[in-house]
Design a protein around this ligand. Structure first.
Ligand code: GLN
Length: 466
């Protein structure tokens, strides 16, 4: 698929379509859609911004590449004056008092926000069923889940309701729904894009990233959102990735894959054989392929969930109905906290808060939390060693195809295990993209820290190879 952003930009410049027309069309599609992708529509704001773009074009002024391009925002980002619900009862009436840095950068470039998108509540989930707005339905087969937690965002892009959407990825929440709905989803190196204004789930792995229909659009959006931000001390300055730099992949000589991800009972037979066919096609292009050893899926998933639950328990402790959230009055303050949180958090979110507080509590933290931190270090070291031997690591995105709506809710453990292939790269804070090729749920391309450009290069190479 060619760049949607370039195509639509050209149509507006050539006056084949007005920005207002474009925005109105997409708003209508969003409003009438039956995939449950929408938490709130930003029609007044979007149409006001579109009218400004049209006036600019009419006056003969040049417009920037992102100017007038309509997009969606996962409902965990702040956009001043709009609802930011995290798909939860707790924040269903909460309005953002300020705007997230990444979103502000897109607004500054002229992109037009249309919608706050449905997702798993606070990013907790892998199916976008953990939401008060109804389960998100898969773009290709509506009986299946949209994936999570950025399910609404991936489905909106896949169905062309938005040109691109901004998801959030803590353990796979951009890459997995991108795979389930056959679009591109990119999780940059941790810290490349500011997290300021993204509701914190697990701060040590939370990443902002784009979902789009082409690698070129991912590149444009990554450039637009990256950069150091004094409001997020984990950010760093990065250089612009030029289009010409990602068109030639000659420097990529060696690709690795984790043997134990593939030689495993948990992987679906079709995904396994499709993955191995992709590997053969890569070899046929003269690239050396190496099998690598890695941690068992169970270890990766338990390490991730131990740390993610601990961090989310801590991050969500501020949501007690005093400064934030729907307050439910009890007999006294303690009871007020208790009822507010018990009634307004979902079962899945409560499971994580209880688990996280257990992990952090005295008498357990040494045994569980510190062990998790130690394993995370070991995982990081293992990646460093791997990237001395290979340029790229290729893996499936998920071991299984998307489940039917309803199935994951019955079996949280199997839902957690569906994250087996994505969480390791999150713990390593590595740049990684899902491309809609190779297996039913796509392929995941990962490079060493800060090598985001190499990931896009290989994605371009794969586009023409398999
Ligand atoms: N499915 C994973 C979880 O529930 C990842 C979610 C995410 O990346 N926000 O934690």
């Amino acid at each position: 698929m060619k760049s949607q952003i370039h195509r639509i930009h050209q149509q507006m410049v050539n006056k084949e379509i007005s920005c207002t027309q474009l925005v109105q069309e997409r708003l209508d599609l969003l409003k009438s859609n039956s995939h449950n992708t929408v938490n709130s529509i930003l029609d007044a704001l979007a149409l006001e911004l579109a009218a400004k773009v049209d006036a600019k074009i009419k006056s003969g002024s040049a417009i920037g590449l992102l100017e007038g391009i309509p997009f969606g925002i996962k409902d965990v980002y702040m956009l001043q004056g709009t609802y930011a619900t995290a798909s939860s009862d707790l924040l269903k009436n909460y309005k953002s008092p300020y705007t997230a840095t990444a979103i502000q950068k897109l607004l500054d470039a002229g992109a037009i926000p249309l919608v706050k998108e449905n997702c798993d509540s606070f990013g907790h989930g892998s199916s976008s069923e953990n939401t008060i707005f109804g389960a998100v339905k898969n773009a290709i087969n509506p009986d299946l889940v949209g994936g999570g937690s950025s399910g609404g965002s991936a489905v909106n892009v896949a169905k062309d309701f938005t040109v691109f959407s901004i998801g959030g990825d803590t353990g796979g929440s951009i890459r997995q729904p991108a795979g389930y709905n056959k679009v591109y989803g990119f999780k940059p190196t941790y810290g490349r894009i500011s997290r300021f204004g993204l509701m914190a789930y697990a701060s040590s792995t939370d990443c902002v990233g784009p979902i789009a229909k082409s690698i070129e659009d991912i590149r444009i959006l990554l450039n637009a959102m990256s950069g150091k931000d004094i409001k997020d001390q984990t950010t760093y300055q990065s250089s612009i990735i030029l289009e010409k730099n990602i068109l030639n992949s000659d420097e990529i000589k060696t690709v690795g894959y984790f043997k134990n991800f593939i030689e495993n009972d948990a992987i679906e037979a079709q995904i396994k054989s499709d993955f191995l066919i992709s590997i053969e096609k890569i070899k046929a292009k003269g690239i050396q392929v190496k099998e690598l050893d890695f941690f068992e899926s169970e270890t990766l998933v338990s390490t991730y969930y131990t740390l993610a639950m601990a961090e989310t328990a801590s991050n969500l402790s501020r949501l007690d109905g005093t400064n934030y959230g729907n307050r439910i009055e009890g007999e006294n303050l303690k009871e007020t906290y208790s009822i507010t949180r018990s009634d307004n958090f979902s079962e899945e979110t409560k499971r994580r808060i209880v688990g996280g507080n257990q992990v952090l509590s005295q008498g357990f933290s040494d045994e569980i939390y510190l062990k998790g931190l130690n394993l995370r270090d070991q995982i990081g070291e293992s990646f460093e060693k791997d990237f001395k031997e290979v340029d790229i690591i290729l893996s499936p995105v998920t071991p299984n195809s998307p489940p039917k709506i309803g199935d994951s809710l019955k079996d949280p453990l199997s839902m957690y295990l569906s994250d087996a292939y994505t969480v390791g790269f999150s713990l390593g804070q590595l740049p990684t993209i899902t491309v809609p090729q190779g297996t039913e749920t796509g392929l995941q391309i990962t490079a060493a820290k800060n090598n985001d450009e190499l990931v896009l290069k290989f994605a371009n190479f794969l586009k023409d190879t398999i």
